[in-house]
Design a protein around this ligand. Sequence first.
Ligand SMILES: [Zn+2]
Length: 229
Amino acid sequence: MGRVLFRVEMKCPKCQRPVDHEAESCYSCGYSELEAAARYGSNRVQLSRVHDAAACLRKQEKDELGDVLDQLEVKFPQMLFCAYLGALPPNLSMSELGFWLLNHGQVKGAEYARPNENAILLILDMNTKQIGVSLGYFTESLITEEEAYRALLHARPNLINAEYGEALERIFLRLSRILRKKGRRLRRKSHRELQEKSRALYGKVLDLPPHLTPELGKEEQQPAQLRSA
Ligand SMILES: [Zn+2]
């Protein structure tokens, strides 16, 4: 089993230096989505949720992995969990492929509900026996490099035993635990924000009567004026 490789989108897929994802191209080497499109095509490609181009998953493995992904999709209706298993040509790195797939791939059934920005894409290269993960821009904000790396390491025993389906399951489940924790933290935060908002609203409600009273007074006066006219 080879080394376990890891990358995130925030690094340039070519030179691996950090990149601001708002930037059109890498400041260090100039790599851009345009260059990737020129090299690998600008077309959109249809992908299966588990795209086994290397045909290395057994039917049972595929079914079990499918069940796990079904459960994760229920728990995280906005997240896109997907995997690409292939024998990559030597001139194509996993990070470049991940970058390209997140820009050009469309996972069947995910269309609008699960955009690529919310993707966790695992890539297994059967040639180099490496595994990597590409995160969409949104997912990047939820899962750190360190966390994703540890999730990959977690599946090492399975990868050594060529249990690829189980390896992918483990990594997805591990990452979903991180998502759940982050989700709880986000909910707590928004609960606090809601409380602060309602306090602010309450403050305004207390302010209202003095303003309302003169308004009501005016309305009460109007019928009298009409009568007198
Ligand atoms: Zn670069």
